[in-house]
Design a protein around this ligand. Sequence first.
Ligand code: PXG
Length: 463
Amino acid sequence: MPSEPIRNTTARWRALDVRHHLSPFADYKSLKQDEGGSRIITQAEGIYLTDSEGHRLLDGMAGLWCVNVGYGRAELAEAAYRQMLELPYYNTFFKTATPPAVELSEKLAEIAPEGLNRAFFGSSGSESNDSVVRLVRRYWNLRGQPEKSHIVSRTYAYHGSTMASASLGGMVGMQEGFGLPLPGFHHVMPPYWFDFAEAGETPADFGRRAAKAVEDKILEIGPDKVGAFIGEPIQGAGGVIIPPETYWPEIQRICSQYDVLLVADEVICGFGRTGRWFASEAFGIAPDLMTLAKGITSGYVPLSAVLVSDKVGEVLESGEGEFAHGYTYSGHPVACAVALANIALIERDGLVEKVRHETGPYLAECLQSLSDHPLVGQVRSFGLLGAIELVEDKASRKHFEPLGRVGTLCRDHCFQNGLVMRAVRDGMVLSPPLIIETAEIDALVETARRCLDLTAKDLGIAL
Ligand code: PXG
């Protein structure tokens, strides 16, 4: 008797997930025992995901802040296919390179802010931030100041999940129990007015105080020991923390004054997310190093880069000996070919301008309409990055206790109602694909309001 064919069913996939698959950032006990495995996503088109049971979800997070051109773009699949037939792999070690790697380096130099003319490739934001640590140390070694190896970062920063990039990051949960941060990594308060400002402190004053925390830290460690400051122009995974206008100009001044390299982590902010090619342009930041990933290929294949300024590049190129660092897949030809096709799509469809002039302002306006909701303490957005803070008391900006519970309630309602919106503590965060249309933003915000109502109902709050 022929054996029963293996059927691809939800039950089978979930069973395999429980038995064999360890997901990142998961509570294995509860995922495997209580929930019976992960929700299985099988398809996607435009801004919508489909799960294995046929439910359709509006992806308000563009995957993990990365699917900038939306799902199902044949141009990217074709670019990968063509490159795989032509040259699926060759490395960029030992004095070799490939056309896609050098063509992409040039294209990035063209679209990046002034003076960032060189690229060092990796396959993830974490890898590229490890490369940042190496580049900072190499630079100061070549400058004859090897003791300038310390790096200053911020609480709630997310720079990746390797040992070095999680040390750069400011997520305590990723450090405790793992012997992190490694020595030489320091953290100061983020420019997060909503949670960190004192009563009556204006955003402008607070922005200056948050920048001064960086200066104080540099002075505490000693400017002769601090090699770099790293920051996301807008902190993404930390909760879409948009700094006051006074913050970045002060950071720029402080870094110049103490001869500290300024690193902009644009892994989330880059490739049109903020209505500029890079958020550094919007905030007037002139970085010495810039980390890119995610939107560089719209997440279709893994790729990342560190863009290196002329100032740093000239020192690297004038020093004796090799830079002993790199990855098998640095400058992977297929990934670079997909990145080139992705950038061409962003240009052809005018997505940067669309976010800046049309959908960014429209999202801001629609989010504003949620401010009257009893749970909403603040809405904020910049381009297509948005956040809705849920609070117990609007006037004092007091959060519910324990922090994170209400955000999770709201997120679960969103999922049940066809919307992917993440919770960071009790902030609901949004980062939809850049192809989203205004009518789809209406649908997104309408669902969000419905889910806020359901959350309020759970909490016994009258509407
Ligand atoms: N820098 C920034 C600013 C990021 O947001 C990384 C570096 C690391 O990139 P890789 O490719 O190594 O993951 C990130 C990644 C979340 C979430 O839950 C955010 C990220 C990754 C996973 C989850 O918000 N950001």
